[in-house]
Design a protein. Sequence first.
Length: 82
Amino acid sequence: MHLLISCPPTLAPSKIMQYLKGRSSKMLQDEFQELKKRYWGQHLWVPGYFCRTVGTVTEEIIKEYIENQGQDRDDEVFKIEE
């Protein structure tokens, strides 16, 4: 999952991720009850994350990169057969 967010410099990346993971987990489990049963007492998201500042790259380039993730992927490679 790729996210491009803007936040004040006083807000720590760890707090942002804590909020995003916690809130999204609650919302997903409320909407999909089978997740609540499957992950009862466990975490929906893994504990890690990667955070990077934009630096000299423009916001438009980052947005284009995120939007094009998976465009060239061959879904047959990731096909799960039962």
